[in-house]
Every structure is written in C-alpha cells, then in structure tokens.
Design a protein around this ligand. Structure first.
Ligand SMILES: C[S@@+](CC[C@H](N)C(=O)[O-])C[C@H]1O[C@@H](n2cnc3c(N)ncnc32)[C@H](O)[C@@H]1O
Length: 374
C-alpha cells in the first residue's frame, strides 16, 4: 500500500511504467498531479459551486481520486479507463479510499465514447493519454460545461520541438524549428492547436496555465462556447520569427523578412497564438494554494510560471548566447540583476536551468552580459 496526497493506492510500482503496464501508475508524475490539484482548487474557489470532474483516462485513478479527496468543492468524480485491468483497479481504489459510490463512479469505455455520451456534464475534464491529447480533444469539448476547466497532457513532445517537422505539420498545422528555446515553441504550438481546433467548433479555449516538464506538457484552460470569444483569441495569432545566426527572436503579426541585427533571412513558425501561455494572476493563486498544502516543489514551479507569464519573447539560453558572443556564461543572478538595473523585466524560466526570460532587446542583453562577464 502506498499514499500519494490523500489517496491510498494498492499498486505495484514499476521503475519505468509503460503503455504495456498491466495498470499504469507513474510515481514520477506526482509533481504534475500536485500542481493539478492546486489548479483545480483555484478554479473551484473562483467558480464557487459543486464540481463534477471526469478523469477520462484514469490508469489506476490516482489523479481523479486526488481531485475528489483534496478539493472540497468536488462533488462528483467519474473515473474511466478502456483497459479492463485498470477498471478493476479503479473500483478497488474507490472502495479502498472509502469513497461513496454515489459520488464516485468507474467506467471501462473508450474515453471518446464516454465524453460524447455524457455530453455537457463536466466542470473539469482531465485528458492524460499516452502521446497526444488531440484524438480526445473534440470529445472533451463536447463533454465540458460552459466555463469548464480543460486539463490536457501530451507526451509526443519531440514532434513540436522540431525533431519531426512533417509530423508536426500534419498533427499541429505548423512546421516547427529546432531553436534553442524549442520547448517554449512546442508549448506555444500545443496551445495554438487547442485554441484553433476549439474555435473550429465554436468554443473559446483561454489558457490559464501551461508548462513543459522533461517529457510532457500540461495545459489548463477555460472553455467557453462562444464564437465571438474564439474570434478574439484567433485575432491574437501571428508568427514566431527566429534568426539562426544571431539568436534574435520575436513574436509578430507583421511579416519580418530580414533580421534587424544581422540582416540574415528570418525563419518563422506559425500561425501560432501570440498571447500569454499562463495567466499570471491565476498562477499566483495556485502558488498560494500549493503552499497551503505544503506541495513545495509544485509551488516553486507555479511561481516560475507566474513570474515568466508577462514576458512573451521566448527565453534565451545563456550558454548559446555566451558561445555566439564569445564570453564565459555569466552568473545567472548577476545577469538578472544587471537587466533589472537597466530597467527591464528579467526572470528565470521553468523551461531551462540555463535560460532567462527578459523583455530587454537583444543588444541590451548583450551589453548586460558583457558587463557581468567582465
Ligand atoms: C498515461 S495513462 C493515465 C495515467 C493517469 N492519469 C495518472 O495520472 O496516473 C493513460 C491511460 O489511458 C488509458 N487509455 C488509452 N486509450 C484509451 C481510450 N481510448 N479510452 C480510455 N482510456 C484509454 C490507458 O489504459 C492508460 O491507463
């Protein structure tokens, strides 16, 4: 028997769980689940009503059960997994955790069938598949209520990171590039795909928190079935322009052919959403919620997301810049202070331990780095 959060689990822990595991449980995803509890808790406080949640690809059920047992406003939890062994485990875990069968139910269906069948019934839907959330997105939009919270996972991150550009074009509608900030680009591509697909079905998906961790991305957004709101989101689409010679990058709705610094032809990725990937205010509330629960690692992560949410320019890899500018990589703390002294925003980023986000222009960043490197 083991515990995660307030949930007891009777499951054998495998070192590396795979899609061939009899019942899937990955202890290394605990951080993602802690964070998700914080997000659902903040959402619950904001809407201030009893919530019905669907954990549509439950595995052993840990995620859905944690929402039910750790967020007081959650009134009803629907767990589901197409794997019959997982379904048995869901029933066992409902009983083990003394969850009332009036509030907790388990199903053994294809997630798409379940979500279409239970149309418009859920305030929160969590889609945590192997690979991409895309095959489940339409059904999730069908299953969610007005103003509901959609929580998505994707693990096919090599695709939008530029490793498989043709697959990226097929699945996500854009050709990606392998830049030094490809993880941020990938996150932007995922968010854009959800906004665009939702808009095609007349839903607006407004991202409230998005993050990239080792091998997966996590997106949270509020869904409103309003074509007008969807149009407003689409108005914020444009391109990420990148110069492979001098590392200049910018987000723009206007065409940009030449790098303003070195005159090289710019490469671009898009159309993509140019707005914030995380709502800073929402993320701050998540930090408070997680601290109260003593989920310190998740609180730290949410804090970084809040800090970096206001800076839209993709993060800079300090080692990549140091190599181009032929200086030693500077102390991160001193570089951040130097940029702030010069009147710019600057912060660490959750994307990389050697990355910073700043709204300083590239030449100002260069001056700051040269000064710190002296
Ligand atoms: C990554 S695991 C879920 C992990 C779980 N959410 C957690 O936090 O531990 C994906 C699960 O989706 C299930 N699955 C795969 N395809 C499905 C489908 N079409 N409908 C429902 N469940 C499916 C698999 O059996 C597997 O248990």
């Amino acid at each position: 028997m083991l515990y995660e959060g307030k949930v007891a689990l009777n499951i054998e822990v495998e070192e590396i769980p795979t899609r061939n595991s009899r019942v899937f449980y990955n202890p290394h995803m605990r951080l993602s689940r802690d964070l998700s509890v914080g997000v659902v808790a903040v959402y619950a406080k904001r809407v201030n009503q009893p919530l019905t949640i669907c954990d549509a690809l439950s595995g052993c059920g840990v995620r859905g059960l944690r929402y039910g047992l750790e967020v007081p406003q959650v009134n009803r939890v629907v767990l589901n997994d197409v794997n019959p062994h997982a379904y048995e485990k869901l029933c066992e875990h409902i009983e083990l955790n003394k969850c009332s069968t009036e509030r907790y139910s388990a199903y053994c269906e294809d997630a798409n069938v379940l979500l279409h069948r239970m149309r418009n019934q859920f305030d929160v839907i969590d889609i945590d598949p192997f690979g991409s959330f895309l095959p489940f997105l339409d059904a999730a939009l069908d299953g969610i209520r007005w103003g509901g919270l959609l929580c998505l996972v994707a693990t096919d991150t090599a695709v939008p990171c530029g490793v498989y550009p043709r697959t990226c074009r097929r699945h996500y509608g854009v050709t990606s590039l392998q830049t030094s900030y490809r993880h941020e680009l990938a996150l932007r591509i995922y968010v854009s795909t959800v906004i665009q697909r939702s808009a095609q079905l007349d839903y607006a998906f407004r991202p409230v928190m998005s993050l990239f961790q080792q091998h997966y991305v996590r997106l949270f957004g509020i869904v409103i079935p309003k074509a007008y709101e969807a149009d407003k989101l689409l108005d914020e689409f444009g391109f990420v322009y990148h110069c492979f010679r001098c590392e200049f990058r910018t987000l723009s709705k206007r065409p940009l052919h030449e790098c303003p610094y070195c005159l090289r032809v710019m490469r671009r990725v898009g159309p993509v959403w140019l707005g914030a990937l995380t709502d800073g205010e929402f993320a701050r509330d998540v930090v408070d919620e997680l601290k109260r629960r003593d989920y310190q690692d998740a609180a730290r992560l949410a804090g970084l997301l809040a800090d970096e949410s206001k800076i839209l320019t993709p993060f800079y890899d300090i080692h990549a810049l140091a190599s181009i500018w032929d200086v030693s990589p500077p102390s991160m703390v001193r570089l951040l202070m130097e940029l702030e002294d010069r009147g710019y925003r600057a912060t660490r980023t959750h994307f990389s331990g050697i990355g910073i986000k700043t709204d300083a222009p590239l030449d100002e960043l260069r001056k700051a780095m040269m000064k710190v490197a002296q």
